[in-house]
Every structure is written in C-alpha cells, then in structure tokens.
Design a protein around this ligand. Sequence first.
Ligand SMILES: Nc1ncnc2c1ncn2[C@@H]1O[C@H](COP(=O)(O)OP(=O)(O)OP(=O)(O)O)[C@@H](O)[C@H]1O
Length: 299
Amino acid sequence: MRWLSDPLLTVDHLSMHFGGIRAVSDLSFTAGRRDITALIGPNGAGKTTVFNCITGFYKPTSGRLAFAREGLAELDDVAAITRSARRHARMASGDIYLLERMPDFQIARQARVARTFQNIRLFSGMTVLENLIVAQHNILMRASGFTILGLLGLPPYRTREAEAVKTATYWLERIGLLPRADDPAGDLPYGDQRRLEIARAMCTDPVLLCLDEPAAGLNPRESAELTKLLCAIRDDHGTSVLLIEHDMSVVMNISDHIVVLDHGVKISDGASDFVRDDPNVIAAYLGVPGDDTTAEQRA
Ligand SMILES: Nc1ncnc2c1ncn2[C@@H]1O[C@H](COP(=O)(O)OP(=O)(O)OP(=O)(O)O)[C@@H](O)[C@H]1O
C-alpha cells in the first residue's frame, strides 16, 4: 500500500466547476510512488478533468495537488509551502511542488509529470525516431545554450544529441519499433502509434506518467503488449503511472491501486480485489438496484 506509506501525489479536496457543472467535487486520494494507479468510473465521471488539473491544463476551482518528487513529504512541510505563496520548495526529503499553482509547461519540465491524451497526438509526418527526438527538445535546447551553438554542432550539443538518439533508440527497442524508426509515424498501425506515444512521453524521463485511455481501440494482442510495457515502465524504470482506462481487464491486471469516481465524487479507493467487490462500484457501473438506468446513461 505505497499510496499510503509513500505517496508521490496527494490530491487534497480537489474541486473543478465549469459554471454550474461540478465536474469534480471535493476529491481526495493519493498515488503511490512506483505504483500503477488507475482512475476509473463511468463516462462523464470527471476522470479527464482530474488529469487536466494535475497536468496544469485546468486551474482547479479549489484544492491542493502536492507532488513529492523524490521522497516522503512531511505534512508540516506541505502545510508550510501552502501557507506561503510558493509553488515549490526544496526540503530535506527532496523537491515538493504544489501543482495547482503551476502552469502546464512547468509541471512537465520541473515536476516531471508527462501525459498522453485520449486522441493520438503524434507528429504523423515525422519519422518514428524524429517523434522521440523532438520530445527531448528541451534538453537539446539547454545544451545549445539557446543560441546557434546547436546549429554549429559544437561538442556539448553533439554529445546531448547523441544521448537523445540513444534514449530514443532504447525506447524504440522496448516497444519493438526499431525496424520502423525511419517510417512516418502516421503509417504505423493504431496500436503501435499508441505505444509510440508512451515511448515519447518516457523520453522526457518523467517521475509520473499520466495516460488517458491508452488501451482505447486496441485489439487483445495490442492490449497485452501495452500491459507488458506499462509493467516494465513501473518495474524496470521505477516510474509511477496514473492511468484512466475503461478496459477493466487491463485495469485489474496491472493496477496496484484503483480510485473510482462517479459524478465527480470518489465512491471507492483501494486495491483491485477490494474495488472489484465494492457494492458502490458495482452499482455505479451496472445501475443501482431498482433503478433501470445505468450510471453511464445518467451522466
Ligand atoms: N471544459 C469543460 N467545460 C464544461 N464542462 C466540462 C469541461 N470539461 C469537462 N466538462 C464536464 O465535466 C464532466 C466530467 O467530464 P470528464 O471529461 O472529466 O469525464 P470523464 O470521466 O473523463 O469521461 P469519459 O470517460 O467519457 O472521458 C462532464 O459533465 C463534462 O461535460
């Protein structure tokens, strides 16, 4: 139960309202370091809204998103940062970020939270390899000193460029796409494009990887490959994963921890065995006894 003993992300009383729509209401949960945490729930439950708050696409209406990048954050430390106007502080345990105070590019670059989207967002005209090099743009820009050093191909830039190619090659090998490195990304089958997106996110060396419905539209073989990849990301790289997913076989197979939302509120939270048998979850997915509409229809 690392989500209790070593939380990486602590979502504290998060609410997000759009006018009169309460997409997320007073949501609290933690995501454990090196855990795969799944956020599930019927359509319209508020899952993507939570992702958008964590990754800085939305500014929450209220609530705190404390991210302890390296180690266990002391509650007193988080409280002290919250009282101050700061977004980030370096504590004895490591860097602590308050994500709700940060713009999306800082969340990606400084806190090192990466994400993928429900719809594929690759550069389809670029090659498979180029997609992974572009993901490392920030590292390469820093190596160029934000000047024409890169264009001149001076040694520090060349070294970083070679490292970027090495990282990209490594991930292409991991997802079995090295033979297609020089093909346009748009020519890949759908399942390969999905895995390439995840590899692209991994090239930024994230501490937390947020995946929005990675198994959507995959056939059983592709789902099995995805499952293997996500377990390798957790087990071999120590990267924590936060996952929105409707495919329950994927969720139940790989999740260390599951948080269930319905109509913007948390209805269950625990290990997969607990959540699978929770009457609240069964009612949300199948409809409350005596109510012949499903939660999806009600949403
Ligand atoms: N930008 C927005 N403006 C207005 N309402 C929004 C906005 N984003 C989300 N909502 C509303 O918030 C609620 C939750 O939507 P959200 O997309 O977070 O649900 P979800 O659980 O991700 O659904 P799905 O599984 O269908 O993707 C819905 O009622 C949705 O219409």
